[in-house]
Design a protein around this ligand. Structure first.
Ligand code: HEC
Length: 495
């Protein structure tokens, strides 16, 4: 509690000083300082104090976005059961968005028209100190909940069904907790932590999606007590080359159920994830200092755990700044059985050299140094010859990777805006020199050389041009300024 009081005092001083928080400026003559949203972490207890907040109610038939527009930082927006067909964009700090579930009825964000996913995104936030809880989100073409550069976030107890790209996707965030969400039918990653620091992902259930939980180019992440089942792949910690953050390390994957992840891959053609072979429980690709402890990993038909360097995803663009090997991976005790019943061809060939016709519990492939395994004889393995026997007993000393005090909102410089939007939005579909869902950025650069305004206009209202590509979803929720900034950034990209 003491920490909370200190934070209230600190916030009061900060507000009184009239600093910028997002786009809203508080000063002595401006609006009165709102009660701050505060977060307490460190021991895994990140929470928001909702007492004393100004409450804005949203009822069936009204618009959540209108409420966000009216809200001041510090306000609590309560959304009652009903169907809300909209995209909610939160570009302020300190907003709490809370669904109210009554008699089993949820406030539902529904992105469909005639039963078909039609709207692109459900909730996008770029503020810090954001709470999003108790929403049902169904049938969006893009993302259900996506955050860009928001620090100190809490996303919990949401129920997300059928999103065309990501389910819960914080990007460039620090100090966040994702817990007690249930996600299914997500065409890329259900929970995707991208370029973040200090994130806990706990007690979520993730199923029938392509990738269950992804930790990508992120540091200090705890993936604990989740139930990931019937996805194409269960839990992934990896580096994607070519992004502005080049590393992924200090990831603990423990106490999870990783079961029957054999779902056919229904990732969009061109998306990196569409290369993921079904049947893999946990994948560590190029990430360092990953600890895998006390998981129950069973029924994954290809392999229980794959630890690999970047040559595994050979279609990935090359990035000399990303170190391609998984170093110091620690495999402690896990319960593993009944994996590898139907391995992919390469794994089958490898295992045949060991007179085994099943896929292994654990497979290590390619480079990497300093890795270890405990009780290796408990598992069927391949490629772990240079793994030492672990000295580490357990990860009990790490309760959480959340911070004990909230971090300040990230200040985004004007020229950083375009970069953030590019990596936050566009790079999911456009890569520099390889075809993904959309054409390579190089091709677009050739088309629009000195014409950033042309790109800015196109993305607000794209017309379908290429028969061999799908339509590009409109990005008109981005402000005009951001659209131009992202266009300018796209034209300067060199790799
Ligand atoms: C969900 C995937 C997706 C996202 C996200 C996306 N694009 Fe696209 N983009 C596409 C596809 C697919 C095409 C090809 C469309 C066509 O030719 O009909 C395309 C085409 C384009 C083009 C070519 C226009 C032309 O005249 O040929 C530009 C420019 C472009 N995108 C810019 C962007 C920018 C900037 C962003 C980020 C703000 C972005 N895209 C985000 C999928 C996406």
């Amino acid at each position: 509690m003491k920490k909370a009081i200190v934070w209230i005092l600190v916030s009061a001083v900060v507000f009184a000083a009239g600093v910028y928080l997002g786009k809203v400026k508080f000063s002595a003559s401006g609006p009165a300082a709102p009660p701050p949203t505060f977060f307490e972490g460190g021991d895994g207890a990140l929470s928001v104090d909702l007492a004393g907040k100004t409450i804005i109610e949203v009822k069936d038939g009204q618009s959540i976005q209108e409420a966000v527009g009216k809200a001041n930082p510090g306000d609590l927006i309560r959304v009652y059961p009903g169907t809300y067909r909209e995209t909610v964009y939160i570009d302020k700090d300190n907003i709490s968005l809370q669904g109210v579930i009554q008699k089993g009825k949820w406030p539902t964000l529904d992105g469909s028209v005639d039963g078909k996913a039609s709207l692109n995104d459900a909730i996008l936030y770029s503020g810090s100190n954001i709470l999003i809880e108790n929403f049902k989100i169904v049938l969006y073409k893009g993302n259900a909940i996506m955050g860009q550069a928001g620090n100190n976030f809490l996303i919990r107890n949401n129920w997300i069904v059928d999103a065309g790209i990501y389910g819960i996707f914080p990007e460039f965030g620090k100090n966040g907790l994702i817990e007690h969400n249930v996600l299914s039918g997500i065409s890329d990653a259900a929970i995707y932590v991208g370029m973040c620091d200090n994130i806990d992902v706990r007690h979520n259930e993730v199923f029938e999606s392509v990738a269950g939980i992804e930790i990508e180019n992120s540091r200090h992440c705890l993936v604990e007590s989740n139930y990931t089942h019937d996805n194409t792949g269960g839990i992934l910690a990896f580096i994607t080359p070519g992004l502005p953050i080049k590393t992924c390390f200090d990831v603990i994957i423990r106490d999870n159920f990783v079961v029957n992840n054999n779902h056919p891959n229904f990732g969009k053609p061109g998306a990196i994830i569409s290369m993921l072979p079904p049947g893999t429980g946990i994948i560590v690709m190029a990430a360092d200092d990953v600890i895998i402890e006390n998981n129950i990993i069973t029924g994954n038909d290809n392999t229980g755990i794959v630890i690999t360097d970047l040559s595994f995803g050979s279609q990935l663009s090359k990035d000399p700044e990303s170190e391609p090997n998984p170093d110091r991976v620690v495999v402690l005790d896990n319960v593993m059985f009944n994996n590898g019943n139907n391995p992919v061809a390469d794994v089958k060939t490898a295992m045949a050299t060991q007179m085994d016709n099943k896929g292994p519990d654990i497979l290590a492939y390619g480079g990497g140094v300093g890795s270890c395994i405990r009780n290796r004889d408990m598992y069927r393995t391949f490629g772990l010859e240079n793994y030492a026997s672990c000295e580490l007993e357990s990860t009990d000393n790490v309760k959480s990777y959340l911070l004990s005090t909230p971090v300040a909102p990230r200040v985004i410089e004007k020229d950083e805006k375009g970069k953030m939007a590019y990596y936050g939005v566009c790079s999911g579909c456009h890569a520099y020199d390889v075809r993904m869902i959309g054409p390579p950025t190089q091709v677009i650069q050739a088309l629009y050389k000195d014409n950033p305004q042309g790109i800015a206009d196109y993305i607000a209202n794209p017309v379908h041009k290429r028969d061999d590509y799908p339509e590009m979803p409109p990005q008109n929720y981005l402000s005009e300024e951001t659209r131009l900034a992202v266009a300018e950034f796209m034209l300067t990209l060199k790799n």
